[in-house]
Design a protein around this ligand. Structure first.
Ligand code: HEC
Length: 150
């Protein structure tokens, strides 16, 4: 059962990066506020990649490292509303206008993503495998509504 979930986790974590460049690549955005929110998202992606690698068995489970990644996710999701509150013009941004016209919903999704991050269990690889998929869903669900497809 858990073994069957592993390829799924790898696939979903890969999906998060869809259309975005690899960490360390140049940021196409120009507005400093937009760059900040992109950096926040990239940092979350990195944390998800660490957890995904451990959950899928590509990397050995390391409880301390896993917990650090979990903490990054909790902190990052809590910062989403403040990093998105302003809406500066940047042609490279893929943020949809819905964010600002449906602000309450956007905030609700950030809060729910944070609650999900708290629910990620880094006790051992089995609990990580069980609790990572909802986190992947929380990321994808917000992107589906609030981020333009490439
Ligand atoms: C509440 C909404 C929301 C949540 C939750 C969310 N994101 Fe995002 N994310 C966005 C929006 C909006 C953008 C587009 C920002 C832009 O282009 O200006 C984005 C962009 C990104 C990008 C693209 C960065 C780039 O290089 O262009 C990555 C990667 C990303 N998010 C990863 C994640 C991960 C991983 C999670 C879950 C841990 C997550 N996001 C959770 C809204 C969200």
């Amino acid at each position: 059962m858990l073994r069957r979930q592993a390829p799924l986790i790898v696939a979903f974590v890969a999906l998060l990066g869809l259309g975005s460049v690899v960490i360390g690549d140049t940021i196409r955005m120009q507005h400093p506020r937009v760059i900040e929110r992109i950096n926040l998202m990239r940092s979350s992606k990195l944390a998800m990649e660490i957890l995904g690698a451990m959950a899928s068995g590509r990397e050995a489970f390391d409880r301390k490292r896993a917990n650090q990644a979990r903490r990054v996710l909790i902190r990052n999701t809590s910062k989403i509303p403040s990093k998105f509150r302003r809406n500066p013009y940047d042609p490279a941004s893929r943020a949809r206008q819905h964010i600002w016209t449906q602000w309450a919903d956007f905030k609700r999704q950030s809060k729910s993503a944070q609650a999900t991050a708290k629910g990620v269990s880094t006790r051992n690889v089995v609990t990580l495998r069980q609790t990572l998929p909802p986190m992947i869903n929380a990321c994808l669900s917000c992107h589906q509504t609030f981020r333009k497809r490439p």
